[in-house]
Design a protein around this ligand. Structure first.
Ligand code: FUB
Length: 330
């Protein structure tokens, strides 16, 4: 997120036309009765769960995010609304800002990591961890304090550097957490999932802005993220890097998408579900009542994610049809 552009971006988004509420099930945006952002898919059994932040910005407010929601699907077309899983006020040490999150299953429990604003004891953004016995919650604060605070990454230049956690369990059972804004970091998690195991390492890839997402396919690890080329672009796009080990080195592979329509931010979430790969994103094309899309009123979308034979990713075109369109022929 880059603060100086925000008034302009909000005005640009006000031009968004209203979208039809009776579009084909599964077309983009996939949730149309609430503004949702920062999608984080998790596959569990027969179902894909989608964790999102709830955008509730009014008028010219920038962000107003107080809670996280979860939806699920078995067919990528029809989504069940399971409601809020947690409010930021459930973390007693946090002040506000239910920002980007990710949930993973480990040892039969569901671990939810999220960015929030810490209270004045540790000024700046922080990363929280919560746990539940069910993917739909309720989730409770698993630690009673932040997992990561702004003070733990002293090289950073700004107070919202420690946001957007992505959590990934490697083939050997070790779980890792990566996060960041402008600087990207990675650390191992202890098996209790609520403590770091060892040092924090910086892994900032080219043009990194925020929203890292870790996944693995075949021999490659992928670090996909919101990027911003300040010299040429006004809005974030998605870029990615690959490695053959989470210790790196990471090879920059370039841009994967353009910007989200009418949106300064964009945020990737990737999952394989029933033999197909998907990338979830957000844009600001949705209008609800007299509220149009804006920087704080986003809408989650999904597209197919396809690989080239060498493991690189095919460019993703953001569409209204989304997964309702026929898959492209190889
Ligand atoms: O939704 C609030 C923030 O905006 C997220 O943490 C960033 O990734 C960006 O989407």
């Amino acid at each position: 997120m880059r603060r100086s552009l925000l008034p302009f971006l909000t005005l640009a988004a006000i031009a968004a036309p209203a979208l039809s509420q009776d579009a084909a099930p599964g077309s983009n945006p996939i949730i149309r009765d609430k503004f949702t952002a920062d999608p984080a898919p998790m596959v569990d059994g027969d179902r894909l769960y989608l964790y999102v932040g709830h955008d509730e910005a009014q008028r010219d407010e920038m962000f107003n995010m107080k809670e996280w929601l979860v939806y699920s699907t078995t067919d990528m077309r029809h989504w069940t609304d399971h409601g809020p899983i947690m409010k930021v006020s459930d973390f007693k040490w946090a002040k506000k800002d239910a920002w980007a999150s990710q949930t993973i299953r480990k040892n039969g429990r569901y671990w939810f990591y999220a960015a929030v604003e810490h209270d004045n004891t540790h000024p700046g953004k922080a990363i929280a961890v919560a746990v539940s016995d069910r993917p739909t919650g309720p989730f409770v604060d698993a630690k009673g304090s932040a997992l990561i605070t702004n003070q733990m990454t002293p090289k950073g230049t700004h107070s919202w550097e420690d946001i957007d956690p992505t959590v990934f369990t490697d083939d050997d059972g070790t779980s890792w957490i990566a996060w960041g804004n402008r600087q990207a970091y990675i650390a191992k998690l202890k098996s209790n999932m609520i403590e770091l195991d060892g040092p924090i390492r910086e892994i900032t890839p080219p043009l990194f802005e925020e929203g890292p997402w870790l996944h693995k396919r075949g021999r490659f690890y992928y670090l996909t993220y919101a990027s911003l080329d300040r010299a040429t672009h006004r809005d974030e796009r998605i870029s990615y890097a690959t490695a053959t080990s989470l210790d790196g080195p990471w090879t920059y592979r370039g841009e994967l998408t353009g910007s989200g329509k009418y949106s300064f931010t964009i945020h990737p979430g990737i999952a394989e579900f029933k033999g197909n790969w998907y990338i979830f994103l957000h844009n600001a094309t949705l209008a609800i009542g007299d509220l149009n899309g804006a920087i704080g009123r986003r809408a989650v979308t999904v597209e197919r994610l396809e690989y080239n034979p060498d493991g690189t990713l095919k460019p993703v075109v953001q569409t209204e049809a989304g997964v309702t369109a026929r898959p492209a022929r190889n």
